[in-house]
Design a protein around this ligand. Structure first.
Ligand code: AGP
Length: 600
């Protein structure tokens, strides 16, 4: 369980706990802070056991305290559980249970579910052939509004474990003389690569030797066993200082893997296996709507520029959390594409389900095989970027842009994009891993620049056209790992307000690429310099920048338009990484964040 928690810690790390079923009953340990604090407290356990549950928390309800850490045990001591998700009707549940004599030790919604299951367990008759523990769990879940991924134990059934999910992921691991439940495949690939993905409203009842799946309403469900295809070392730190550093430097490989086997024999277009849409159906698409959150949403903005430029299809981009409640009117030939590294972001999943409810064709661009979003979309493209553990997304972002560039190429070549243009684009994409490797060699130089700007508390990122989404991404990277207040804007937009922020204590990072608007970007730089703003310019080799105009410059190789977003992302990742290091921040586990946001 500790190994699993350490592998899951990037998903939430403000407190942790575990319970073991021993022959003397349950034993529990909880600690605030990182999992290592829990490990150091394990000598409090006096007995051994072969069944247990454990949890590392990202707080939703209640402060970071030991009392609020999971597992949560019912006040009659009969039920203990760990829970991912949000129980929206927990207040009413608590009031009902308090009237029934149950008491509460924490401020969490999860404890209400533990007491509710205990309530139904106490009421459950001992009818022959029925397992009262399982019946109590199923009955209780039928009263839950909201989301859950849970694992539940009961001291009267010390060899049985129950799991269930609705909205939060849950996976069964089929091991050798053992079975496991986890919220993320990363937690168990060192034990087994044979997994079953639970679907919403399903309940698994297991022992070390067997398991069965039913729905919450007791209907039997056939288990489908999948084999996880990556090796466990992919999710380990190796010789790097941080996962974020490892994943930044993995990008030549992750980008190569995203392209593998996905170009046509004549190298004039891309080919995808899992769209489940034929050429004719794709030609009828007259609008594409992208849905995502955070960094993935920035990838969607890049996709908008690329697909409109190279495939001439109108594209809209919406925050998933906004789309799912907005009831937006869409053309009937709209293709909806969700982008999600984890494939479990609940807002993106909710938006995808809303689009499907309205009958739209859906695709997912996703980095987690077997994830909920991958399984619930009509087709999709796996990123094959390998596990991304660092909370700040890096290789997954450039991988998403790469996939979107290939999708723009593919859709374009189904329409007006010429053979020659296709050949040039494929050549440019194939050159990306080497060019990224060249940029990574500037790591030390970029670190030196970053150290100069680590003392500031504000920063602007500015770019035009394809560089605007990269400016947004640069601002998000910097703010989420260094806690500097950073904002991204279209460079021309600065004059409409943000320029008021410019002063010697608010540096600006300009993303400038050669082309017809370079001179306009230069004019924006001069507007900043005229107000004593410091300027860091990230520019392609072909940009002629007057001496002494900018304070620091970082160059990336000249390249085709379609790959500029990928190359220009590398310096902003390294810049943010080194600024955060200089400020002594926890790069892989920044405060308040979690890698996969499975709560609304
Ligand atoms: C990225 O640096 C952030 N940690 C976050 O914005 C992330 O991109 C967002 O939560 C979406 O996650 P997903 O791609 O797994 O859906």
């Amino acid at each position: 369980m500790l190994d699993g928690l350490k592998r899951l810690e990037y998903r939430g790390y403000d407190s942790s706990g575990l319970i073991v079923a021993t022959n003397k009953g349950f034993e529990q340990v909880k600690r605030t802070g990182r999992v290592v604090n829990l490990e150091e407290a394990l000598d409090e356990l006096q007995y051994g056991g072969n069944l247990g549950i454990s949890h590392t928390r990202w707080a939703t309800h209640g402060d970071v305290t030991e009392a609020n850490a999971h597992p949560h045990t019912s006040s009659d001591g009969k039920i203990s559980l760990v829970h991912n998700g949000v129980i929206e009707n927990y207040v009413g549940m608590k009031q009902f249970l308090e009237k029934k004599g149950y008491t509460f030790q924490s401020e969490t919604d999860s404890e209400a579910l533990s007491n509710l299951i205990a309530y139904h367990y106490a009421k459950e008759g001992r009818a022959s052939g029925k397992n009262p523990f399982l019946e109590a769990v199923r009955k209780s879940l039928r009263h839950v509004e909201g989301t859950y991924g849970i694992a539940v134990v009961c001291p009267d059934f010390p060899l049985e474990l129950i799991g269930a999910r609705k909205g939060s992921p849950l996976i069964i691991g089929i091991g050798k003389d053992e079975n496991l439940i986890a919220s993320d495949v990363n937690a168990i690939t060192h034990c087994t690569q044979n997994v079953v993905y639970l679907n919403d409203n399903e309940v698994v009842h297991m022992t070390n030797a067997d398991f069965s799946i039913t729905t919450v309403s007791s209907k039997n469900v056939e288990a489908v066993i999948h084999k996880v295809d990556w090796d466990t070392s992919a999710a380990e730190l190796g010789d790097y200082s941080h996962f974020m550093e490892k994943e930044i430097f993995e990008q030549p490989v992750s980008l190569q893997n995203g392209m593998r086997g996905r170009f046509s024999d004549d190298s004039s277009t891309a080919v995808f296996g899992g769209l489940n849409l034929n050429s004719q159906e794709l030609r009828q698409i007259d609008r594409i709507l992208f849905l995502a959150c955070g960094t993935a949403w920035h990838a969607c903005l890049v996709a908008e520029y690329l697909i409109e430029r190279f495939a001439r299809i109108p594209v809209e981009v919406e925050y998933a959390s906004e789309f799912r409640y907005r009831n937006a009117p869409l053309d009937k030939n709209t293709l909806v594409i969700a982008i999600s590294q984890s494939g479990e972001t609940i807002d993106t999943l909710g938006a995808l389900r809303e689009a499907k409810r309205k009958g739209y064709r859906t695709l997912a661009i996703n980095n987690s095989v077997g994830s909920t979003i991958a399984r619930e979309s009509d087709g999709g493209i796996y990123q094959h970027a390998g596990p991304e553990i660092g909370v700040a997304s890096t290789k997954a972002f450039t991988s998403q842009i790469m996939i979107c560039a290939m999708l723009a190429l593919y859709l374009g070549r189904l329409r007006d994009l010429s053979y020659e243009d296709g050949i040039q684009i494929v050549k440019a994409l194939r050159g990306v891993p080497e060019q990224v490797g060249q940029i990574l060699q500037q790591n030390e130089a970029i670190a030196a620049v970053a150290k100069k700007y680590a003392k500031y508390e504000d920063c602007l990122f500015l770019g035009r056209q394809l560089m605007f989404p990269i400016a947004l991404e640069g601002a998000l990277k910097l703010k989420e790992i260094s806690y500097i207040h950073a904002e991204g804007y279209p460079a021309a937009e600065m004059k409409h307000g943000p320029i008021a922020l410019i002063c010697e204590n608010c540096p600006s990072v300009f993303l400038a690429t050669s082309g017809e608007i370079f001179q306009k970007s230069l004019a924006n730089v001069q507007e900043v310099k005229a107000r004593k703003g410091k300027v860091i310019c990230i520019a392609t080799e072909g940009c002629e920048i007057p001496d002494n105009l900018v304070d620091d410059i970082i160059r990336v190789p000249e390249c085709h338009e379609i790959v500029k977003p990928i190359l220009m992302s590398i310096p902003i990742q390294l810049f943010s990484y080194h600024v955060a290091l200089e400020r002594g921040c926890d790069v892989d586990k920044p405060r308040n964040l979690a890698k996969s946001v499975t709560v609304e």
